[in-house]
Write a protein that binds this ligand. Structure first.
Ligand code: ADP
Length: 243
């Protein structure tokens, strides 16, 4: 048995929680504290939330309220101080480090405010790199790269490099890159923060499109009130708690 087969087989056997109508992501009484010198900074204070399959969930709140810290915990990039996160029915705390890494690499996709593209690679090569990292067989790369770039509306920009693309187009490459390995959950930290209103609206319509066509759920942070209306659910965070 490989370190990761228990994660896959547990989900196959159960069909995963999401396949049985349960949440894809369930968060129970999550807390995160940081030790800063001699004092303790209590950043997340008992977070309860869920993301259902094919949902677009937004975490809204002022800068410093704790949104990124929460997103990092949801993506297994940070470890909570208390509480539990269940992904597809499986608690993070009961997974080994290898299993958590496997879930993060194979079943999640990440999108950041600053696009995070490789500057010297074309849109095509950026998406291909993501398939290579995820261990997708080489024979599938060409058709999947094409499909992902078409899904985000960049079929005419496939061979452009990031500096030859607008901010909105760069973010669409980043989305193509994040969905290439067919994750169940996309986590996006302020994906529209660098964009003007028109481009933000385009990104949100790409999100709505991929939720349907790719069967993915999206959990994103934002402080932009103009995009909230497309969310299925909005959690508002104030000082580490939802109100
Ligand atoms: P938001 O994304 O809503 O702007 P963050 O989650 O980035 O908020 O930050 C919330 C608070 O947690 C801030 O006061 C920040 O300084 C603090 N914080 C985040 N990460 C750390 C860390 N690694 N060590 C100490 N404090 C942190």
């Amino acid at each position: 048995q490989t370190p990761n087969s228990s994660v896959d087989s547990a989900q196959d056997k159960q069909g995963g929680d999401s396949a049985t109508g349960g949440p894809l992501l369930l968060v129970n009484q999550l807390e995160r504290m940081f030790q800063v010198g001699s004092s303790t900074l209590h950043v997340l204070k008992g977070i309860q939330m869920s993301v259902m399959p094919n949902q677009l969930v937004m975490l809204k709140g002022r800068s410093g309220s704790g949104k990124t810290t929460l997103l990092n915990c949801l993506g297994g990039l940070d470890t909570p101080s208390k509480g539990e996160i269940l992904f597809n029915g499986l608690p993070f705390s009961r997974m080994s480090d290898d299993e958590r890494t496997h879930v993060r690499r194979r079943q999640m996709g990440f999108i950041f405010q600053a696009f995070a593209l490789m500057p010297l690679l074309s849109a095509w090569e950026n998406v291909e790199l993501s398939l290579r990292m995820a261990g997708t067989p080489r024979s599938e790369w060409k058709s999947r790269v094409e499909q992902c770039l078409e899904l985000v509306g960049l079929e005419k920009r496939m061979h452009h490099r990031p500096f030859e693309l607008s901010g909105g187009e760069q973010q669409r490459v980043a989305i193509a890159k994040a969905i290439a390995h067919k994750p169940l959950l996309l986590l996006a930290d302020e994906p529209t923060a660098e964009l003007d209103t028109g481009m933000s609206a385009q990104i949100m319509s790409v999100f709505q499109n991929i939720i349907t066509t790719e069967n993915v759920s999206i959990c994103m942070t934002t402080h932009d009130p103009t995009i909230l209306e497309v969310a299925d659910h909005v959690y508002e965070m104030v000082d580490g708690k939802f109100i």
